[in-house]
Every structure is written in C-alpha cells, then in structure tokens.
Design a binder for this molecule. Structure first.
Ligand code: NDP
Ligand code: GDR
Length: 362
C-alpha cells in the first residue's frame, strides 16, 4: 500500500530533502507552500509534477500555519499517514524582531495541526513529526546535550518551539497520538537559507574568491555549533515515524566547532588560508596565502570583519549533541562529517558564482 505524507515547510531546506527522500521510497507526497509574490519553489522545482498527470506523486497546496481552517481542510483532503511539521519562522535573530508572529507560526501552528488530526478522527491513522530544535537547550545546563537535558530557551524562536515541543508530548499522552519531537541540532547544505551563518560564509567565500565581493561581516565568532548535513537529518525524521513506539530523539554529530573555525575551513576549501587577529569587535580575518591559481587575493588582505548588528540580545554559546539514543534505537548515524559538508557547500557556491540557490537534487 502506498503511504501518503504531508509536509509543511516543503519549500524550505529540510522540506526539499525530505520530499526527495519520501518520493524515493514510493510515497505520495503532499506539501504546503505559502503564497508569495515571487515563485519560492526553487528548492523543489526538480520534483515538480504537472498537476494534469493522472496519478501525481507530488502535490502542492497553498496554506499557512497561522490559518487553522486551511490546515483542517488540507489534512481532511489528503488523509495523510504521516505529517512532518517543518514549517516555521526559523531564523533565531529575526524572531527577536517578529516575536508574536514567530510564536503564532512556530508555537500555535503546531497546536493547529495536532488539533486537525484529533478533530478529524485521524488519531489512530496519522503519525506526527515535530521539528524541535537544539535551541531549546539555550543557556548551557550540561554538555553534551541529550534527551534528558533541561531546556533553557534564549530567544522568542526557542520559546515558541518549547511550546510546540510540549504540546506534541501532551497530545501523545492525552490522546494516544503517535507524535514525536526530533530535537535536531544545526544541519546545513548547499540549499541552506542564505542568512544562516554557514551559507552566508560559503557564499561570501565564493564571491570573494571570484572577485565579486571583498568582505564578509559576521557577528559572534565564538559561538559553537554541532553542524551536520540536512540529507542525513531528514533520514532520521523518517526513521522516527517508522518505530513501534512514539519517542523523542536528539539528532546530532557529537562534534562542536566555532563560527571562526567554520570560516577558516570554508576559505581553505577554496584554497585561501586565513588568520584571525585582534580581539572582540576589532577581530579581523586576513589572507595569509592563496594557493588557487585562478584567484588574486594578496597576502594581508582583510576579508572578514565583526559587525555588532549580527549579535543577538541573548546568545546560545555552545551546542554539542549526544545522539546515542538515535544510534541505538533508530540505527541512525550521520554519513557526512564537517569537512565533507563544508566542501559540498563551498564547491556548490563556487559553481553558482556565490549567487543562486541550487535545488536540493544531487
Ligand atoms: P527553512 O527556513 O529553510 O524552511 C522553513 C519553511 O517553513 C519554508 O518552507 C517556509 O516557507 C515555511 N514557513 C514559514 N512560515 C510559515 C507559515 N506561517 N506557514 C507555512 N509555512 C511557513 O527551515 P529548515 O528547512 O532549515 O528547517 C525546517 C524546520 O526544522 C523548521 O521548523 C526549523 O525551525 C527546524 N529546525 C531546523 C534546524 C536546522 O538546522 N535547519 C535545526 C532544528 C530545527 P517559505 O519558503 O515561503 O519561507
Ligand atoms: P542558529 O543558526 O541561530 O543556530 O539557528 P545561525 O546559522 O543563524 O547562527 C549560528 C551561530 O552563528 C552566529 N553568527 C551568525 N549568525 C548569523 N545568522 N549571521 C551572522 O552574521 C552571524 N555571525 C555569527 C550566531 O550568533 C549563532 O550563534 C539555526 C536555525 O536553523 C534554527 O531554525 C534551528 O532551530 C537551529 O539552527 C538549531
């Protein structure tokens, strides 16, 4: 029997990789996309199917997590076996500027979907995946962070996701719903949104190497993150919904690196050696060698600067996850290490001239 999945946030990074994974497994995939004045389906265009074909495998619906009637109608029409709730205002810094909207979409949006399942009498049929996040851990309580580590959210985004986490647990316990939280640590890819730090860095590396830009401005270089590859992480989402019991899982690589480390690795991947000098706001990154014959970057050129506009009112200093439970119960291990991730991202941005967002294919 063909399974049906409904993915919210299908136009985002994870939505694109997950849709590709599920289509490869023979699912009928429905996705919810928002109406926008410009077409925003770049990441999934390679999966697009003409809606006039007789039995489409990939169907998009207009919708929004802030509109419960719309969500109820889509869940009723699609009768999904699995719902993956990936939609969110997902930018931590932006959440300080749009806290109420973030709470509505990321917090209440999750409740609306759970209620849709319950009100439509789908509690026994439909399994629910919630995109929870390592941002829940926020201010460090213990390291490495695991399922039992106490939460201490540090942004309106993380607080909204805390509500979503607990309402998912509550519906599991109150209504016996198969509902799980995947507590995913940062995961990236060549189609990562351009304002998240990794992609901002790899795009800038490409532009600086190709001579179309000269400087990369960043915020807190000391923040440490556990960065994995989105392709590995969507596999874990799917595995969580195939278990006999609904449980929450941490998904992480178990390694942590600073933003500064990531910058150095990304420039090195393009053949540019970089050294940081100075402290605090005065810290800067200088070229100390350029081994790529195609680029002309003189030694001593200043290519990275700190700009306080990218600082957050409250920061998450250190994330490093312990995914032992996922390894043991889901048989999940990441295939990519950070070096391979950085290589793929930098090479994709160099190939695209540091401009376009390539699709999630390949
Ligand atoms: P993206 O920002 O790339 O994608 C977010 C998606 O949500 C987009 O499709 C966006 O649509 C959609 N969306 C935003 N607001 C709404 C709304 N009100 N109604 C409907 N759709 C909406 O995020 P990622 O793919 O990186 O992340 C997926 C999920 O996982 C998010 O919930 C994120 O918070 C969470 N997460 C991500 C991690 C990561 O490192 N990537 C780690 C842990 C959790 P549009 O394209 O129109 O903007
Ligand atoms: P994060 O990702 O906040 O961890 O949330 P982001 O890449 O935005 O920031 C990571 C760290 O880098 C520091 N930083 C900068 N960040 C951005 N965006 N831009 C900069 O110029 C910059 N300079 C330094 C940040 O301060 C931070 O410490 C991501 C999102 O995908 C969330 O949706 C998800 O829940 C978490 O990862 C896990």
């Amino acid at each position: 029997m063909q399974k049906t999945a409904l993915i919210t946030g299908i136009t985002g990074q994870d939505g694109a990789y997950l849709a590709e994974l599920l289509l490869g497994k023979g699912y009928l995939v429905h996705g919810i996309k928002r109406r926008s004045s410009l077409i925003n389906t770049d990441r999934i265009d390679h999966l697009y199917q003409d809606p006039h074909v007789q039995h489409p495998h990939f169907v998009l619906h207009y919708g929004d997590l802030t509109d419960s009637t719309n969500l109820i109608r889509i869940v009723q029409e699609t009768q999904p076996d699995e719902i993956y709730n990936l939609a969110a205002q997902s930018h931590v810094k932006v959440s300080f500027e749009t806290p109420e909207y973030t709470a509505n979409a990321d917090g209440l949006g999750t409740l609306r979907l759970l209620e849709a399942i319950r009100l439509l009498g789908l509690s026994e049929k439909t399994r629910f995946y919630q995109a929870a996040t390592s941002e829940l851990y926020g201010l460090v309580q213990e390291t490495p962070q695991k399922e039992s580590t106490p939460f201490y959210p540090r942004s309106p985004y993380a607080v909204a996701k805390l509500y979503a986490y607990w309402i998912t647990v509550n519906y599991r316990e109150a209504y016996d719903l198969f509902a799980v939280n995947g507590i995913l640590f940062n995961h990236e890819s060549p189609v990562r949104g351009e304002t998240f730090v990794t992609r901002k860095i790899t795009r800038a590396v490409a532009q600086i190497a190709l001579g179309t830009d000269q400087k990369l401005y960043l915020g807190n270089l000391d923040a440490r993150r556990d960065w994995g590859h989105a392709r590995d992480y969507v596999e874990a989402m799917w595995l969580m919904l195939q278990q006999d019991r609904a449980e929450d899982f941490v998904i992480a690589t178990g390694e942590t690196h600073s933003v500064r480390d990531f910058v150095k690795m990304a420039f090195a991947e393009a053949g540019i050696a970089l050294e940081f000098r100075g402290k605090g706001l005065e810290e800067k990154g200088y070229v100390t060698g350029c081994s790529h014959p195609g680029y002309q970057l003189p030694e001593g050129q200043e290519v990275v600067c700190v700009d306080p506009r990218y600082f957050r009112p409250t920061e998450v200093d250190l994330l490093i996850g312990d995914a032992s439970k996922a390894k043991q119960k889901l048989g999940w291990t990441p295939k990519y290490d950070l070096k391979a991730l950085v290589r793929e991202m930098v090479q994709a941005d160099l190939a695209g001239g540091g401009r376009s967002t390539p699709s999630a294919e390949g």
